[in-house]
Design a protein around this ligand. Structure first.
Ligand code: GAL
Length: 351
């Protein structure tokens, strides 16, 4: 993963050097967008290469989120490498704050916006704001419905198909030597550590990880399902409590993301359990910490949520919009594939 990232960065940085572009503007630590350079004129011809040097506002739902940190760093590097002036702001998990940040960017006259909404339920409002301001916008990470996006043709979503990541988590369990039924009682007993349940990724990973098991004809038993809001400390607390309550009954720990899985692992180890021997543990994202644990045998597997691939696709779509492209309704979602990560292929993703 690091290697792929480093190669991608080298490529964009070389391009920037060749083009003689600068445009560095470090993201402020606070949430106040910096004053931007004058806007470049976007090329009006569809599919033509846009002029570099425009100003881009990037809104991230929460800077403390581990996966979105990798993602926003990739976005910033790619955009700056292409000569854009970039300001990245932290919504601090507060939709009202993010709405203000979007309005500030609009007032400043940014050429395009890349927005990771705080709340999926705010999609209508965000879309109508950017539409009224006529700003080309790429939504990332939290997918609105096709109907919501259809009202504005200079809008596109870049992300992944969350159901796929859930299915892959279920398959990781099915591929273990006993198919997840460690105690041989004919059913797979699991706990589910969910992300933010308002988020489609959390909903679909929760549903499809278990669906993969039942579709394969397995009997399942849900011992507990608790929201952990994507956070490591919550993963640790939840799994500590569940192991205290259900003990050896817990055969599988499904975590909607890796940060919670890393927290879960701490509690699994503290309880004297051993992953891949008396309990299975899976996450999603392929954070570096999780790749290390998969490689050490302390996580059963994870699913690559390709931050660099999504950042690259988001910038490509943004440039298409700046080049004059418009999106037909029903064609406003661009997906990057998830990839299953197991001990067999984990080395391919490590630096
Ligand atoms: C998911 C990711 C989580 C968290 C979430 C935020 O795609 O797996 O770790 O970053 O997005 O919306």
């Amino acid at each position: 993963m690091k290697k792929i990232f480093a190669l991608a960065l080298c490529a964009v940085m070389m391009l920037s050097v060749l083009a003689g572009c600068g445009g560095k503007n470090d993201a402020p630590a606070d949430n106040t967008p910096a004053q931007n350079e004058p806007a470049a004129t976007p090329d009006a011809t569809p599919d033509a290469a846009p002029e570099a040097g425009g100003t881009i506002g990037v809104c991230i739902y929460q800077f403390t989120d581990a996966f979105m940190t990798t993602y926003r760093n990739a976005l910033q590097e790619i955009l700056e490498g292409k000569g854009y002036t970039v300001t990245v702001v932290d919504g601090a998990n507060d939709q009202a704050k993010q709405n203000e940040q979007i309005n500030t960017f609009i007032t400043q006259g940014v050429d395009a916006l890349i927005i990771n909404p705080v709340m999926t339920s705010a999609a209508d409002q965000i879309i109508s704001t950017v539409k009224n301001a006529n700003i080309p916008t790429v939504l990332i990470n939290r997918e609105p419905t096709a109907e919501q996006m259809a009202v504005y043709d200079k809008l596109v979503y870049v992300g992944c198909d969350a159901a796929q990541s859930g299915t892959f988590q279920g398959e990781l369990i099915l591929e273990t030597p006993n198919g997840g039924d460690i105690n041989g009682d004919g059913k797979i007993s699991y706990i589910m550590v969910q992300g933010d349940p308002e988020n489609i990724d959390a909903q679909l990973r929760t549903e499809y990880s278990v669906k993969a098991l039942t579709d394969a004809g397995k009997e399942v038993e849900e011992l507990n399902l608790t929201r952990g809001d994507w956070m490591r400390e919550r993963g640790q607390e939840i799994v500590a409590n569940d192991l205290a309550q259900f003990g050896a009954q817990v055969e599988v720990v499904f975590c909607n993301n890796d940060d919670m899985a890393i927290g879960a692992l701490q509690s699994i180890q503290a309880a004297g359990r051993k992953v891949n021997e008396d309990i299975y543990l899976v996450g999603v994202d392929a954070l570096d910490a999780a790749l290390n644990e998969v490689s050490n045998g302390n996580m059963t597997g994870t699913v690559l949520n390709d931050a660099v691939g999504q950042a690259t696709a988001a910038v490509e779509q943004m440039e298409a919009l700046l080049g004059g492209k418009t999106f037909a309704s029903g064609e406003q979602s661009v997906y990057v594939d998830y990839v299953k990560v197991t001990p067999d292929n984990v080395a391919d993703f490590m630096g």
